[in-house]
Ligand binder design. Structure first.
Ligand SMILES: [Zn+2]
Length: 469
């Protein structure tokens, strides 16, 4: 068991070029039906993904990033098929691209597809293939952004270009947003757009984006596709203790370093109580059944330990967490500093915000000052409705072994910003993954890559999904 699957022989063959008169696939489309999307679109997704990987859009945080070249590339691809994209800059070089595509049914609310254009840094010295080369080696496209998330940007562009070139229209209006700065919390991207240009997303009720829709193989005839319906909240904090500065040779009963470390140890050693939200409950029941593991409600940790490589990620979705990550105090061995600080990466479950704060303050005690570095909400939406049916139907049509399962992301995405507009946000970037790929390890990892066949699969699924959504 693992983050694995085969690109199985059961995967339907790539369809031929579409005829102009073909029907749009319904959500319950049979597995044997022919995909509407062209092979050209599938080829194009690979080319666009390569092009995007080759454009350096590294985001180093603290405002140090530049998405303009990537945004201009995306805008040109959209303009080529007759769209009139809007480019917006929150700061010089921090460019996002938005466009709207008219659907066939004006009574239906628009669907938002959002993807970020920035990537985290990559040191070429660590990689087997240069991280900005976009090389295709062993059937995979390598490079920073290959799974996070220039793959989905490329698949979205390829599908939409194919729709427009072939004169098809999606049932709903589509709003496409290719945004800056996700990797630094979206302050200069999604958050800025939502705060300053909310009208661009007017009436959107639902959204899809990254970190969901990928496969997890159970057996040749059962692959789970994890759809993200929830994510934990972020509570990054700085803790500060002040004490009495003095000579290191003398007695010191008001030592800031000692007091801070006591608080950090209490926090770092604390096991927050287990809270199972509806998403995690459904996930554990579904995965338990699929793997033949009995889910013991009284001993979830033992159950989760049996999940193998995903145990650490799933383990983080049954409780709040607070991991101390940085310490800073003192300059010299014989000088007691007057102040000591620490940073803690806190994450809380949906519905647990107030309880988490109470727990944190109780653990650190009154002598420690707490300041937020980043604070953002947790999300959870139901795993139901026509959009979820459309995801399940599209996956099943391209992979008869597919079964969809909701899951909670322990991290955060731009969905936090877009959900402020009342939009239901899902992680759905469909990929059928090969058996030996450590997919979770690809995100921000060395040798990030995406199998070319996975991209092609994603294009076919997205096309079916849009037709049925
Ligand atoms: Zn991402």
């Amino acid at each position: 068991m693992g983050w694995q699957t085969g690109l199985m022989a059961s995967n339907p063959p790539v369809s031929g070029d579409p005829s102009p008169s073909r029907q749009q696939a319904p959500s319950s489309v049979a597995a044997s039906s022919v995909a509407a999307v062209s092979t050209t679109a599938q080829d194009e997704a690979v080319e666009i993904c390569r092009d995007l990987v080759r454009i350096d859009s590294v985001n180093r945080g603290n405002g140090d990033g530049n998405e303009r070249a990537a945004a201009e590339y995306v805008a040109a691809k959209l303009a080529e098929v007759g769209l009139e994209p809007t480019l917006l800059e929150s700061a010089p070089g921090r460019t996002s691209v938005i466009t709207r595509i008219e659907g066939s049914d004006p009574r239906r609310p628009p669907l938002l597809i959002h993807g970020h254009l920035d990537v985290v840094p990559a040191d070429p010295a660590d990689w087997r293939v240069h991280p900005f080369s976009g090389e295709i080696v062993d059937g995979s496209l390598w490079g920073r952004g290959a799974v996070d998330m220039k793959d989905m940007d490329a698949m979205t562009l390829a599908v939409v270009r194919d729709l427009l070139r072939s004169g098809r229209r999606p049932p709903r209006d589509l709003v496409l947003a290719f945004v800056a700065d996700e990797e630094a919390g979206g302050t200069l991207g999604a958050r800025w757009l939502v705060d300053n240009h909310p009208q661009l997303f007017a009436d959107c009720t639902e959204a899809i984006s990254e970190v969901g829709g990928f496969s997890y193989t159970v057996s040749d005839d059962l692959r789970l596709y994890l759809i993200e319906t929830a994510q934990k909240g972020i509570a990054w904090m700085k803790l500060t203790v002040t004490g009495r500065a003095g000579h290191g040779s003398m007695t010191s009963d008001d030592n800031a370093v000692t007091a801070l470390c006591e608080a950090i140890v209490r926090l770092g050693r604390h096991r927050f109580p287990i809270v199972v939200t509806p998403t995690v409950r459904t996930f554990l029941d579904s995965v338990g059944e699929a793997l033949g593991i009995e889910v013991d409600a009284d001993d979830l940790e033992t159950t989760i330990a049996k999940l193998g490589p995903i145990a650490r990620m799933i383990g983080a979705t049954i409780r709040n967490t607070a991991n101390p990550t940085q310490l800073n105090a003192g300059e010299k061995v014989n000088v007691v500093p007057g102040e000591a600080t620490a940073h803690v990466d806190g994450r809380f479950l949906p519905g647990q915000e107030e309880e988490f704060l109470r727990q944190i303050d109780e653990l650190i005690g009154p002598a420690v000052r707490r300041d937020w570095v980043v604070f953002d909400q947790a999300l959870e939406t139901g795993f139901d409705g026509p959009l979820v049916d459309a995801m399940a139907g599209a996956l099943k049509a391209e992979d008869p072994a597919a079964r969809v399962v909701p899951y909670m992301l322990s991290g955060g995405t731009d969905a936090k910003s877009f959900s402020r507009l009342g939009i239901r946000c899902f992680g759905f970037s469909p990929l059928l993954l090969p058996p030996d790929l450590d997919f979770a390890g690809m995100f921000h990892g060395v040798d990030e890559r995406v199998p070319v066949e996975s991209l092609r699969f994603g294009v076919r699924v997205l096309d079916r999904f849009l037709a049925a959504s």
